[in-house]
Design a protein around this ligand. Structure first.
Ligand code: FAD
Length: 287
């Protein structure tokens, strides 16, 4: 299996998909079908998230193994929140043993009501430095074009991002955004600050009303008026909302590619049908 940086540097346009694993104790039947359906779309790679708190950590491992069984490069997420040094070390050993070469290293979402990370590694950059000690991994990190909610300013957040790059972060994937100008401004600031690793643009197709509140509170993404009008008009009509959400995401992706952002990551929310619709819309663009 390839390293993600090889994929990002080798191809004109890449489209990758993100899945989340079942919760601790839940079955694998559903996710196995989702992995198969996503693999059939032939994405550039597939990432699998990690539940903060570590309860389902083995589930991430099981799902990335399944992804690679389909011949698709897998990117395993790993978070620092709440995990001890030995737990991280054991997880890295298991990932290495399973032939996983790519890790997305994150601080992790803080559990509800918690204000500080109690894990051994405080920031994603601490985790990234540790991962490199455990093997020849390609390590990605997250970034927040609209500024991480805990950072005082975007300038400060980008200064902290530089620490992440210096710790060995090989590529970045953005938090979702709904206005491409926000990403273009962010890319300009990254380059101005000497950050030139590949950046993968994270796109979230919003296809149902339930997702909406969660996205805007948790991810801190702002809502452009054009997107708000779509949600206001269609959120009570599930089929129309789905169609409009797919169209909006497709348009965002086409605009990004037209402006030279070649690496796109779709937050699929475990909906292969939505990912397939978008990929069909890009059939002559993503070949
Ligand atoms: P960090 O880079 O550690 O940053 C957190 C805050 O600390 C920021 O405000 C930053 O400015 C500041 N900071 C960073 N380094 C320093 C430093 N050295 N000194 C002082 N301040 C510093 N969450 C999950 O639980 N599981 C997942 O699988 C998951 N996948 C994600 C995938 C992507 C692509 C993204 C963008 C996010 C994902 N998240 C996931 C959410 C993520 O965990 C949260 O956004 C979290 O709040 C921050 O994670 P981070 O890795 O960006 O943190």
């Amino acid at each position: 299996m390839k390293k993600i940086t090889e994929i990002l540097n080798a191809r004109d346009v890449t489209v990758s998909l993100e899945l989340f694993p079942p919760k601790a104790g839940a079955g694998f039947e559903n996710i196995k079908k989702i992995v198969k359906d996503c693999a059939e779309i032939s994405p550039s790679f597939m990432s699998v998230t990690f539940g903060a708190g570590g309860g389902g950590s083995q589930n991430t491992l099981e799902v990335v193994k399944d992804v690679q069984n389909y011949g698709v490069t897998a990117l395993a997420h790993l978070v620092a929140v709440s995990l001890g040094r030995d737990e991280i070390s054991n997880l890295l050993r298991d990932l290495k043993f399973a032939g996983i070469k790519n890790i997305m290293a994150l601080r992790g979402d803080l559990p509800h009501g918690v204000t500080e990370n109690t894990g051994y590694y405080r920031y994603a950059s601490d985790l990234i430095a540790e991962i490199h000690k455990h093997g020849d991994f390609c390590v990605g990190g997250g970034c927040h074009p609209e500024c991480h909610p805990e950072a005082a300013t975007l300038h400060q957040d980008i200064e902290n991002l530089k620490i992440k790059i210096d710790a060995g972060c090989n590529f970045l994937t953005t938090q979702m955004f709904f206005d491409n100008n926000i990403l273009y401004n962010f890319m300009f600031r990254l380059l101005k600050n000497g950050i030139d690793v590949p950046v993968v643009a994270g796109i979230m197709p919003v296809t149902n009303a339930k997702q909406i509140e969660r996205i805007f509170t948790l991810a801190g993404a702002s809502v452009p008026p054009r997107f708000k009008a779509i949600v206001d008009r269609f959120c009570d009509n599930p089929k129309a909302m789905r169609q409009a959400g797919i169209a909006y995401a497709t348009e965002q992706i086409i605009d990004l590619i037209a402006n030279g952002i070649n690496n796109i990551h779709i937050y699929t929310m475990n909906k292969p049908d939505v990912a397939k619709n978008i990929m069909d819309n890009l059939s002559e663009i993503f070949v």
